[in-house]
Design a protein around this ligand. Structure first.
Ligand SMILES: [Zn+2]
Length: 332
């Protein structure tokens, strides 16, 4: 921020010259060791919180990606692991990441999703996966290629011992999940990735609600919204990323995605009433997004449609206008 007011400018100059501004009161004193200990405590606590969020995002998100692999136009192979190293973390937090999360120079397994190929193969936190003698880093091309096989033997280092494990990779939707440290309650899709803020992770009261949010963002990617909106942007000069019908479509398709993954849609529409509590001015602001009441009612209606299908043993597939829709679309 730039200080423009002349008085503030003078004050700022005085502060810089004097080292510290003189206060009118005597401040309580604290000790250096107490300050250092509190710094370590806050960094550790913050990293543990982030790690818990990324674990939950992996656990819930992976279920949504796996259950909808046949509906998603693009897919990828997956083991269900998060790999990290010091470099995964911002520079200021690397020492803390080493201390608190066990991040090292070599990329190693940070999280194993439950019921995943990695979990079934007995892979553990701290394991270093080797391909051609090299540790596999996040997003490794070598691992991506190796995962095309139905079954693959991985060389793993665990506590300085080398072992071989057999894994059977699974096919999941192409989108990848990311966590963004931010207090804003938000989530985004860009055609390839799904980003969820820590604010959203905290705001979602249940795993069902989080699955609904992930389903919504996944639908933006799978339904080709990103490409369509880029088209709209060029044609009409809209300043927004998505338009209203696409938001409603993502709510609708996303609800199918979450139910197909085994999550319970009953009551998830309450998310919009709670969001109204913390953001009352947005309840009826409808420039770019549908209003909260609109979304609340349509999600409840979609849930009734899904419950009817389940009661009748019908396939849990959204009502496409064109039954061949999936074959024509690509994401991104
Ligand atoms: Zn959206």
């Amino acid at each position: 921020m730039e200080i423009r007011h002349p008085i503030l400018t003078t004050l700022a100059a005085a502060m810089m010259l004097g080292g510290c501004a003189s206060t009118a009161t005597r401040l309580p004193t604290i000790s250096e060791p107490a300050l250092r200990a509190e710094s370590i405590l806050q960094e550790n606590k913050a990293l543990a919180t982030q790690a818990a969020h990324s674990e939950r995002l992996l656990r819930i998100g992976r279920r949504v990606m796996l259950a909808n692999a046949t509906l998603c136009p693009k897919s990828r192979r997956d083991l269900g692991v998060l790999i990290h190293s010091e470099e995964t973390y911002p520079k200021e937090l690397r020492i803390a990441a080493r201390r608190q999360l066990g991040a090292g120079e070599k990329p190693s397994i940070f999280r194993v999703a439950p019921d995943s190929p990695a979990a079934r193969a007995g892979l553990e936190r701290g394991d270093v996966i080797l391909i051609d003698g090299l540790p596999v880093a996040p997003g490794s091309k070598a691992l991506r290629e190796a995962m095309e096989a139905d079954q693959l033997e991985l060389t793993v280092t665990r506590n300085a011992q080398q072992l071989t494990v057999t894994v059977e990779p699974e096919t999941v939707c192409h989108s990848r999940l990311r966590l963004r440290p931010s207090a804003a309650i938000n989530a985004f899709a860009n055609g390839r990735n799904i980003t969820v803020t820590t604010g959203m992770m905290e705001f979602t009261e249940s795993d069902d609600e989080l699955a609904m949010i992930i389903g919504h963002e996944l639908a933006h990617n799978t339904m080709g919204h990103i490409r369509k909106v880029v088209g709209n942007l060029i044609l009409s000069g809209f300043a927004t990323r998505y338009t209203r019908p696409f938001e409603l479509e993502s709510d609708y398709v996303g609800l199918y995605y979450m139910v197909r993954a085994g999550f319970d849609p009953d009551g998830v529409e309450a998310f919009w009433r709670r969001l109204a509590d913390v953001d009352p001015r947005s309840v009826n602001r409808a420039k770019t997004h549908p209003t909260f009441p609109d979304r609340y009612l349509r999600i409840a209606a979609a849930r009734d449609e899904i419950n009817d299908k389940m009661a009748n043993g019908a396939a849990l597939i959204p009502n496409f206008k064109d039954p061949n829709f999936r074959d024509k679309e690509t994401d991104g």
